[in-house]
Write a protein that binds this ligand. Structure first.
Ligand code: ATR
Length: 262
């Protein structure tokens, strides 16, 4: 039987993971089957267990189950522990392993654009799970300074407190979204504003060279404002491909080249 993979979520129809993993498989000559798996909200753990009991090789986890996947794992990678969320599962010697490839996906998407992360300063807007997942990989990629700006300042402050010990080589501070100003190399939108259609206002006192919108396929007031300033911009498709490639390489031991799939 071909190696079986799945992405589990609620909803799941929108997922692009099967087509990406099949494209990687074709490029690398690996024979696999990758399907979407819907789980009722109270059946996630049972569905994961069933999948692996039936010989499933690897599973991606998407909204809203990443924290529950984290809680299920017996063994976690460093970056999954720090993210407190898991998007990649596999079994090894009877134990459930979990990793989080979202942050590395962002780093590789940015590198594929030839935007320089080393010694850069990064402003991340938003202080939810998406932000939590990318701070450690950004720091590992050499980012010197990270500022988290959030509408609710206390949430950004809590994130800084939690994550500071994990990234001693980078500066990490919090800022109130209304006070947004200063000079940065990158601004990354990690809020859910584009998903809900809300506008984010980037004031004139905020200067930056590159803008990355983590969402993709939705109108983004963040990207519109960045484009109007003439800076380089990207939306989150590269990050989506990047996290998928990282999961694929964990499971299959071969890493496709991101640039072949953008
Ligand atoms: P995720 O796990 O995707 O990061 P989340 O935990 O719900 O989702 O976090 C959403 C983030 O988007 C939060 O930082 C939220 O700000 P608050 O902490 O103040 O709620 C931010 N966000 C959502 N809508 C926003 C808007 N219209 N303007 C500014 N920030 C917004």
């Amino acid at each position: 039987m071909r190696n079986q993979f799945a992405v589990i979520g609620h909803p799941i129809e929108q997922s692009r993971s099967p087509e990406l993993h099949h494209a990687f498989a074709q490029k690398t000559g690996i024979d696999l089957n990758y399907v979407k798996r819907f789980a009722e909200l109270d059946e996630f753990e049972q569905s994961v267990s069933e999948f692996f009991t039936q010989g499933g090789k690897g599973m991606n986890v998407t909204v809203p189950f990443k924290e529950r996947a984290y809680a299920m794992c017996q063994v976690l990678t460093e970056r999954a522990k720090i993210a407190k969320a898991v998007n990649t599962l596999w079994m090894h010697e009877g134990q459930l392993y979990g990793d989080n490839t979202d942050g590395q996906g962002l780093v590789e998407a940015i590198q594929a654009l030839d935007w320089q992360l080393k010694n850069s300063s990064v402003l991340i807007i938003g202080a939810g799970g998406a932000t939590r997942g990318v701070i450690y990989p950004l720091s590992k990629a050499g980012v010197r300074k990270i500022v988290i700006a959030n509408r609710t300042l206390s949430r950004a402050e809590q994130l800084v407190k939690d994550l500071k010990p994990a990234i001693p080589q980078s500066e990490l501070t919090a800022m109130q979204l209304e006070d947004l100003s200063g000079d940065f190399d990158f601004v990354i939108n990690a809020t859910s504003a584009s998903l809900t259609g809300d506008a984010l206002l980037l004031p004139e006192t905020l200067n930056f060279k590159y803008a990355y919108e983590m969402a993709y396929g939705k109108p983004s007031s963040f990207l519109e404002q960045a484009k109007a300033r003439g800076v380089e911009t990207s939306e989150g498709y590269g990050m989506l491909v990047g996290q998928a490639i990282e999961s694929f390489s964990i499971w299959n031991g071969v890493k496709p080249d991101l640039k072949d799939f953008l």
